[in-house]
Design a protein around this ligand. Sequence first.
Ligand SMILES: *Cc1c(COP(=O)(O)O)cnc(C)c1O
Length: 384
Amino acid sequence: MIPYGRQNISEEDIQAVIAVLRSDYLTQGPVVPEFEQAVADYVGANYAVAVNSGTSSLHIACLALGLGEGDWLWTSPITFVASANCGLYCGAQVDFVDIDPDTFNLSVSALAAKLQFAEQQGTLPKVLVAVHFAGQPCEMQAIAKLAEHYGFYIIEDAAHAIGARYQDRPIGCCQYSDITTFSFHPVKIITTAEGGMAVTQQAQLADKMRLLSSHGITRDTAKMTQIPDGPWYYQQLALGFNYRMTELQAALGLSQLQRIDDFIKKRQDLKQRYDILLRNLPVRTQKALAETRSALHLYPLQFDLAQLNKSFIAIFNALRACDIGVNVHYIPIHTQPYYVELGFKHGDFPAAEAYYAKTLSLPLYADLSFIQQDQVVAALHEVL
Ligand SMILES: *Cc1c(COP(=O)(O)O)cnc(C)c1O
């Protein structure tokens, strides 16, 4: 089976992890700060906090922005559940903004209309999680303009988008947001097995996130409420978590980061090849915005089912039968039973539901060979 995504592991990656295993620190050593600094430098952020997953980075980002009971968090329905769950972890309520049928990202016009309505209802969001779906940056400048007008914070969920660019700046520089979060799960652009990072330009947010990522405990005397009892002394100042990244993960991430531009170049070459090889089929893919570079985490392919006279599930099953590991990203979150229980229903976000009814992800990753890609394309031609 050709999977839809997988990691690229080099001999250098393996040696970097082994070196940590032979060192004094498996956790809380020097490599995590080194990885944080390297990512901060790469994305143009002042501060970076490494954690044990992308989900954890979203959680501490929401908490650092003060999200809590009585607040609203909004995001896109076409994303991984973690983009919404982080709001529920904080006791906030979650709502969704329907997607743009061309970019598959949250629709700025739907956002503007929903904000206008929410203002009248007194239900404006405190936090908007803007997901750069498949690595394609959202229209951040327009979103930031709305944030300024209505007074909400922006978290960029860049789990798909490390290495992407918006208006010639790297995603992660937070020009139009408060915090950007990354995931280093093996299917993402670079991996630490499990892992994530939150980056920001604001020292205060970085301090809060760092505190929350390690039990809410500090050893910094300047932050303590009293003079330390002795050299052993630490203080718990908030209710934090153990969300720390290990040295092993950081060593892998640091080694992977050396090849990130190479990974994205390979994804770009594959994407261009797909575009050309599929151009005669009744299909389309994600629309790219001007002045952006997608990190190309996914290659979503949308079928014109009426013209094909085939059902989506028949196409999906036939491709899987050809050993092509196509997948679906994502099931609209508001249709998940947990969210239905919260009051959402089918029909709430029609563009997201229409997308879900006809879109699957083709294999796309740095190690996918052109020969494998040709197999995918041949299977598609056969099936359609
Ligand atoms: C993968 C992913 C996450 C969660 O990251 P983990 O590292 O798996 O916790 C969050 N948001 C999006 C959009 C993702 O794809």
